[in-house]
Design a protein around this ligand. Structure first.
Ligand SMILES: Cc1cc2nc3c(=O)[nH]c(=O)nc-3n(C[C@H](O)[C@H](O)[C@H](O)COP(=O)(O)O)c2cc1C
Ligand SMILES: CCCCC(=O)C(=O)O
Length: 368
């Protein structure tokens, strides 16, 4: 038995993590296994949080922050704040209105949103509600012709950047999903992929199911080169953790990078994304904006990510739990909480603008 969705926010939801138990009571075991889980032993999933918790901030007092603002510009687009909705597949698992509820909340809270290739609503329908910039997250499909058409559809619908997720050419080992026998319920599907041909490689005897089967049509750098030639939209790669890959991305004409381990859902024991950020920031050295996701649950986490080199952050599970609890209202509330916490954190660290946030805010214990 699952509980009905809320139509008002109770007082005991004061922080975004307060949504998790409410969401759990409103989702069945099947949806929960997909939404909440990470890969393998969920070491990376938990490391994402641990990395934020282990850092302390430096306070700065008596700074004049009047007239302060969280606004920023990325790829020539204006954002009221640096907190974006991460691409999340099949949002109708969390709420019957799915992505349509999420985009309405994002519009109300002026949050940029990335729409997954595996959205459970049509990308054109979602775009109708856009308030802040809407970016399309692309999973390069085995059928490259279909992939090109998908990009063209997103461009025609007004999506203003292309975010190619490069860290999940195959699903990770999701034991929690396996134990719950996760399946997409009837009526929920990747509607934007309807009509696509799914080529099935025939495996010669002795060939590997993984290398020659599941990975047979996986994307490579060649596809990034081709996409670069296909679209004039800003091209962003999501799921980079290693500085050499960041360098390759720039060499392929990419405009931005999302430092991400996919919320710990692909390869377990990858580093926390926050831990991977400084080395990538050092290598990229301002040549392209970096975004970061994985474990953002507090305004202070946003400050830590920006202090270590990110320009903006993506948030996944927190607003999904808000969506499961109270639909668009829950998503909007999660975004509001994070933005309010960011403003309070900036005021208490003496930052009137995002540009004032820097490595000086990360506390280092002095050796004695
Ligand atoms: C249920 C779920 C579905 C996701 N689906 C996608 C997806 O379709 N495409 C993608 O690039 N990332 C996907 N992600 C990863 C998120 O975009 C993001 O990287 C991650 O959730 C960030 O970590 P957080 O949940 O700790 O905030 C998904 C994450 C979750 C939790
Ligand atoms: C192969 C990944 C499918 C969707 C996804 O990105 C996720 O569940 O995290």
């Amino acid at each position: 038995m699952t509980l009905p969705r809320l139509t008002a926010i109770p007082a005991d939801i004061a922080a975004v993590t307060d949504y998790e138990p409410y969401a759990r009571e409103r989702l069945d075991d099947n949806a929960w296994a997909y939404i909440a889980s990470g890969a393998g032993d969920e070491i990376t999933h938990h490391a994402n949080r641990g990395a934020f918790d282990a850092l302390s901030l430096n306070a700065r007092v008596l700074a004049d922050v009047r007239g302060g603002s969280t606004a920023l510009e990325l790829f020539g687009q204006r954002f009221a704040h640096p907190i974006m909705i991460a691409p999340v597949a099949y949002q109708r698992l969390a709420h019957p209105d799915g992505e349509l509820a999420t985009v309405q909340a994002a519009a109300a809270l002026e949050a940029g949103m990335m729409v997954s290739t595996l959205a459970s609503c049509r990308l054109e329908d979602i775009a109708r509600y856009a308030g802040a910039p809407l970016w399309f997250q692309l999973y390069i499909q085995p059928d490259r012709g279909f992939t090109r058409e998908l990009v063209q559809r997103a461009e025609a619908a007004g999506y203003s950047a292309l975010v190619v997720t490069v860290d999940a050419p195959i699903a990770g080992i999701r034991n929690r999903e396996q134990r719950a026998r996760f399946h997409l319920p009837q009526g929920i599907s990747a509607v934007n992929l309807q009509g696509m041909r799914a080529p099935q490689p025939t495996l010669p005897p002795g060939a590997s199911q993984v290398f020659d089967g599941l990975m047979a049509y996986a994307a490579t750098w060649k596809d990034i080169e081709q996409l670069r030639g296909l679209t004039r939209l800003p091209l962003i790669l999501k799921g980079i953790l290693y500085p050499d890959d960041a360098e390759l991305a720039l060499a392929h004409g990419v405009d931005g990078i999302v430092v991400s381990n996919h919320g710990g859902r692909t390869l377990d024991t990858l580093p926390a994304s926050l831990h991977a950020l400084p080395a990538i920031a050092e290598r990229v050295a301002g040549r392209a904006p970096l975004l970061l996701d994985g474990g953002i649950r507090r305004g202070t986490d946003v400050i830590k990510a920006l202090a270590l080199g990110a320009s903006a952050v993506l948030v996944g599970r927190p607003w999904l739990y808000g969506l499961a609890t109270a639909g668009a209202l829950g998503v909007a509330h999660v975004l509001r909480l994070l933005r309010d916490e960011l403003e309070v954190g900036m005021a208490l660290t003496g930052c009137a603008r995002l540009g004032d946030i820097g490595p000086h805010l990360i506390h280092k214990i002095k050796e004695i």
